[in-house]
Design a protein around this ligand. Sequence first.
Ligand code: EPZ
Length: 418
Amino acid sequence: MSKLIIDGGQRIIGEIKVQGAKNAVLPILAATILADGESVIHNCPKLRDVDKTDLVLEQLGCVVKREDGTVSVNPCGLCGCQICEELMRQMRSSIIFLGAIVSRCREAMVSMPGGCPIGLRPIDLHLKALRELGVEISEKHGYIHCTSKGIHGANIHLDFPSVGATENIMLAAVISDGVTTVSNAAREPEIVDLQNFLNSMGAKITGAGGSFIRIEGVDKLHGSEYTIMPDRIVAATYLAAAAITGGEILLSRVEPRDMRAILHVLREMGLEVKSGKNTIFLKSRGPLKSVHTVRTMPYPGFPTDIQSPFMSLACLARGTSVFVETIFENRFQHVDELVRMGADIKVEGRSAVVRGVEKLQGANVVARELRGGAALVVAALAAEGRTVISGTEYIDRGYENIEKYLHSCGADIRRVDI
Ligand code: EPZ
């Protein structure tokens, strides 16, 4: 266990090379079990969630080797089709393995992933789609047991553009008889990364990034070498850190095209934002302006994952901003902690009304989930005095060495083990 200690008031000025995307590497690591040989994944971030995924792969019988930012996975020894309850509870996003395991093994057994701090996180859309692909599914004693005599093509419509369900369908249908289509598919860039990786293994998938994806089943996939896309949420978090401290930052190894909604809000708040080929430059130009309404939506709308760090920004903006969280039902847990730091925020259901204040004060605060924890880091950088953040294990799920990156840009931040 550890805590982050931040003495606020230092301007964030510098350059950061952005880490690989957590939400791209997790489904791509799941996809490696579908190959008939080793895959090598580069730009893999050092995160708790990636460590847990490596454990799942090893539990299934794969050989996993990690060297700095490269993970190699050899699935030839794959002998299991079950993910233990402990791992599922530690990382509910392991549900992304379901489609790949049942495709590879014709059977899968995972415990119900359960909810998490931000919501119930149902998987009904995943299970409905797998059944349409010919998977028999029974749910009892808290476990999901899948069996299949072979995946056949299907025309699937998602009631909601679920990221995980879209990915599970791709992983289940990529090796199958026939063609599978997904309408109302999620359009997140991480899904494009998964399509590109699968196609590099010999798959025939088109349409990712749009709401209609076509998967032409193939007989087998070979191992591949691939580099993970940049993490747009981590990139946005570092932009918020520079913005709230009146600083300036140059991000490299980013994809501005994936961040249009995010950059639009930053410009609305009065920040200078310039995009290059794989760079984003942000510079503060005076006090932050409030944003009339920030409504989280499926991509390409404003991402729910950056709602909380941007709410920290709005706490010090001139005027009132309204945040509407339409994706998850419990994603305002950072509000109480920001109020402890002097923020003026009122939550009404899915909306949070943020009235800008002159300053925030350092305080002892608790991270209760990943992005809410990042929001506390952003706020602490601008607060007067010292902030001590506990619950860093949540932050470490998605941010590689956050204190190292921020310290390199002038933040007075350190981690203490407790
Ligand atoms: C992915 O979660 C991301 N996680 C989340 O990032 C992200 O917030 C989310 O997509 C939305 O962009 C990973 O990629 C590992 P969804 P996922 O299925 O796939 C409902 C982070 O901080 N739903 O698109 O679970 C669900 O309740 C994490 O990095 C159903 O009702 O998101 C939610 O309201 C947090 N039934 C909405 O859809 C289902 O079967 C969005 O969920 C599935 C989802």
